[in-house]
Design a protein around this ligand. Structure first.
Ligand code: NAD
Length: 442
């Protein structure tokens, strides 16, 4: 098979890194470049991955309940599709920026490649606070955003899914809007235009807990590397939304002990470090009140931010938003392992500090890939008109993510690099092989 020759006119990978220290995308590109250097990948790989293929910004009006109109800004970034249709979540958040969405889309490319899913990477969203909208406003906003995206999404082209601020209900509205605006005759065949739908609308069993389930499977596979096991594992969780709460519940079912949790409302835990909290009861409290604050239980008290971070645990799981763990926080942590539940939770300074402190970091593109893996299973079920039972979905997820974890462990030994660089290496090796086999058109 003839290999594609690397054009010699390209600048070195470092020169392609955006220089803004506040840029999340720059952080993501730097990780790609580090792995490309480790692999000695052809220069064109770093060059291609250093920019998304398509960047779409839409400004669209939404009618509010009081009759006024608001103009909202939406994004869809399609980073790469060499491995298959673009795939990635939709985020509704007031602080969303183009730079964030670009970073998140790149991480989707890496995640799908690492999992060996036949998908590329994308991400999108709307700069809006969904909690400030009524249910009707949220529905009109979702439908109008989907209509604005038009044919820039599609079941074999770009397939959205839930992320922060969106859920199965939002996916159901997106699917319904797409079906009502595309192709009279083939409507029912297009349900796989989004994943993460409700089970009644074609969603997969196990999708809602999938990201937490994936983190759990990764930990079960890799904990022995650090002399740890699930039974009796002491852990704390930052962010108690979909990812944080499901991870806590499932780890607890494996014998783990939830020692502390913190979200946007506060922190709770066993300050003396002795006991744990019931993850299901805490999740019910969050569903009722909107946050972990004021949760009470035997031995549970509210913690200061410092107490939360300094609590001695085996595993700390950041599952909130990006870059919440900076150098100062990394200095406070008292754990053996950080399992990145959310995307990009560490600043580069924090990552470096943890490396120096010999605290292992299980990378996000591995840990939280359970969501996109079950999204892929949903897509396959929709395409073939079948509905699998939960046991089958869990089995497929476990197999896929455990194999990926083993690949990462192997690459870390082979290239003598940290687990994050190893994960990017495994992803980029796959992408490189695909580019080399296909060649670059024309
Ligand atoms: P979510 O909205 O359900 O939960 C977010 C949590 O973060 C909430 O508990 C919130 O209170 C907390 N949070 C927000 N700001 C905070 C602050 N300043 N301090 C402390 N906590 C704060 O979101 P999610 O779906 O659980 O996603 C969490 C992360 O996981 C994101 O990075 C997301 O991109 C990533 N992720 C999610 C999925 C998925 O399937 N939902 C899949 C892969 C990755």
């Amino acid at each position: 098979m003839p290999a594609v020759s690397a054009p010699s006119v390209l600048p070195p990978a470092e020169a392609l890194e955006p220089q803004d220290p506040n840029s999340l995308f720059a952080m993501a590109v730097a990780s790609v470049n580090r792995a490309c250097r480790t692999l000695q990948a052809p220069e064109f790989i770093a060059a291609i991955l250093s920019q998304p293929k398509n960047e779409l910004i839409v400004n669209f009006p939404v009618r509010m309940d009081d009759g006024h109109y608001k103009i909202l800004k939406g994004y869809r970034i399609q980073h790469n599709n060499i491995l298959g249709p673009y795939k990635g979540g939709v985020r509704f958040h007031p602080d969303l920026s183009l730079d964030d969405v670009k970073a998140l889309s790149l991480w989707m490319t890496m995640k799908c490649a690492l999992m060996r899913l036949p998908f590329g990477g994308a991400k999108g969203g709307v700069k809006v606070d969904p909690r400030a909208l009524s249910a009707d406003e949220l529905m009109r906003m979702t439908r109008r955003f989907t209509a604005a995206l038009g044919s820039n999404i599609g079941p074999d082209y770009d397939i959205p899914a839930p992320d922060v601020g969106t859920n199965a209900q939002v996916m159901d509205w997106m699917m319904d809007t797409y079906l009502n605006t595309h192709g009279e005759h083939s409507r029912q065949g297009l349900a796989h235009v989004v994943t993460g739908k409700s089970v009644q609308c074609g969603g997969s069993e196990g999708r809602e807990k999938a990201t937490g389930q994936g983190i759990c499977y990764v930990l079960l596979e890799l904990l022995p590397e650090f002399g740890l096991q699930a039974a009796g594992l002491r852990f704390s969780v930052l962010g108690f939304g979909n990812v944080g709460s499901n991870t806590a519940r499932l780890l607890q079912a494996e014998g783990g002990v939830l020692c502390a949790a913190m979200d946007a409302t506060g922190a709770v835990g066993a300050a003396d470090g002795s006991g744990g909290m019931d993850a299901a009861q805490l999740a019910a409290h969050v569903a009722r009140t909107g946050g972990v604050k004021n949760f009470s239980g035997a031995g549970v008290e509210s913690l200061s931010v410092e107490q939360f971070y300094e609590l001695n645990v085996d595993v700390f799981i950041p599952a909130a938003l990006e870059r919440m763990v900076d150098g100062a926080v990394a200095q406070r942590l008292s754990c053996r392992v950080v399992a990145e539940g959310g995307n990009g939770p560490l600043t580069p300074e924090a990552a470096e500090l943890l490396l120096r402190r010999r605290i292992a970091v299980l990378p996000a593109i591995l840990c939280n890939a359970g969501g996109v893996t079950v999204s892929y299973l949903e897509w396959v079920q929709n395409k073939t008109g079948v509905h699998w039972e939960l046991e089958r979905v869990d089995r497929e997820l476990k197999k896929t993510i455990t194999l990926a974890a083993r690949r990462v462990r192997l690459a870390a030994h082979q290239y003598e690099v940290d687990l994050q660089t190893a994960a990017y290496c495994v992803a980029i090796e796959h992408i490189t092989a695909c580019y080399q086999n296909r060649g670059i058109f024309p």
